[in-house]
Design a binder for this molecule. Structure first.
Ligand code: UT7
Length: 332
């Protein structure tokens, strides 16, 4: 019997229309286009401004495009997973809300909380459920409305984040494509360096937590920066080694988009060329669980069947992972 693998068979994406550029940010906090471009590499990010809209609405738009592109009947979707840290509401899950808005009839739905590694954690879980034969048409949608948890009076975090959603269809295949290998992990010692202080059961929302601006991303940037570079590069090198993939046999590295300097340092440590590193951070910023699928969406036309891709991410938790993915289809 041939091995069943889980392959990405289509991609959809959505970013809101509103563009928040560095000039507008420099009128909100003491910063400049020059500093942001030099230290982070972000020119602009998209912000969801439509009243009454939230993370689920971006996910619905990304999935609608995905279903259209792949000629998939929503009734066939049997699994819907949404990595996000900006759920529409504390409960029910955002995947539940997305499924309802799309009218999915037979899907099993749940969210994943793994911050910037959400898409990698999601791909690990969904691929296992598809490989074991339980689900045949799964949708994984990384979606985050980071503007809802960003403090636009804090210059050390507000230039970093943007809003968006990226969705992939995952199906069983018997060819040598799809998820080939994975290394996933966490390190709880990083909890102190990147978190949101209030709004959970530890510190429920109160007048005091709002006054203290504790419902926003808290980050100790330099510690996170160093850990992100070493973890993403170490895991990516390890997964290449154990699958006998030399740098020249790697088509692309698709890293989480948090900081251009982090991405460049990871590529350098892996010994790959700059044209092997996929980047769109300049236009969208860090959209948390959406960065990797939005890269697939933006660069889909460059990807060919059989291409070896390394997807890698690092985020709050700390959470991290690298996945070796062999691309399953040629561009149209
Ligand atoms: O996706 C989840 C994981 N997150 C990440 O991977 C983010 C990791 N961290 C980073 O990307 C970087 O650490 C930051 C972009 C957050 C900060 O860059 P940095 O090069 O580490 O800057 P820094 O925190 O060391 O600050 C250097 C200086 C400070 O001024 P002083 O103390 O030297 O006078 C900051 O106050 O830059 C100042 N600064 C700014 N100046 C202008 C910090 N933010 C800004 C700003 N504009 N926006």
């Amino acid at each position: 019997m041939s091995i069943i693998r889980a392959a990405i068979t289509g991609v959809g994406g959505y970013v809101p229309d509103y563009v928040l550029d560095n000039f507008e940010l420099s009128q909100m906090v003491d910063t400049s286009d020059e500093w942001i471009m030099q230290r982070i590499g972000i020119k602009e990010r998209r912000i969801l401004k439509e009243p009454g809209k939230a993370t689920s609405d971006m996910a619905v738009r990304a999935i609608t495009e995905l279903l259209e592109k792949t000629n998939t009947d929503p009734d066939e979707i049997d699994l819907l997973v949404c990595p996000t840290i900006t759920s529409d509401m504390p409960f029910p899950s955002t995947a539940n809300i997305i499924g309802y808005k799309l009218g999915l009839k037979k899907a099993f739905t749940f969210d994943i909380s793994a911050a910037c590694s959400g898409f990698i954690y999601g791909l690990e879980i969904v691929s296992r459920l598809v490989e074991n034969g339980t689900y045949k048409k799964a949708v994984l949608v990384g979606a985050d409305m980071m503007s809802s948890v960003t403090d636009y009076t804090d210059r050390t975090t507000c230039p970093l984040f943007g809003d968006g959603a990226g969705a992939v269809l995952i199906e069983p295949v018997t060819e040598e494509v799809g998820v080939i290998d994975r290394i996933i992990g966490y390190d709880g010692s990083g909890i102190a360096n990147l978190h949101m202080k209030a709004g959970g059961s530890l510190k429920p929302a109160s007048h005091e937590t709002v006054d203290n601006r504790e419902h926003f991303v808290y980050q100790e940037g330099q510690t996170v920066f160093k850990a992100a570079v070493s973890k993403m590069s170490d895991l990516s090198v390890e997964i290449m080694k154990r699958n006998n993939i030399e740098p020249e046999n790697l088509a692309y590295l698709i890293p989480h988009q948090a900081n251009k300097r982090i991405i460049e340092a990871v590529g350098k440590r892996m010994g790959i060329r700059t044209d092997q590193v996929i980047m769109n951070i300049e236009r969208y910023g860090n959209t948390t669980a959406a960065t990797i699928p939005l890269c697939l969406w933006d660069f889909e036309k460059k990807l060919k069947k059989g291409d070896n891709l390394i997807l890698t991410a690092f985020g709050a938790g700390f959470t991290f992972g690298s996945i070796l993915l062999r691309w399953a289809y040629d561009p149209e």
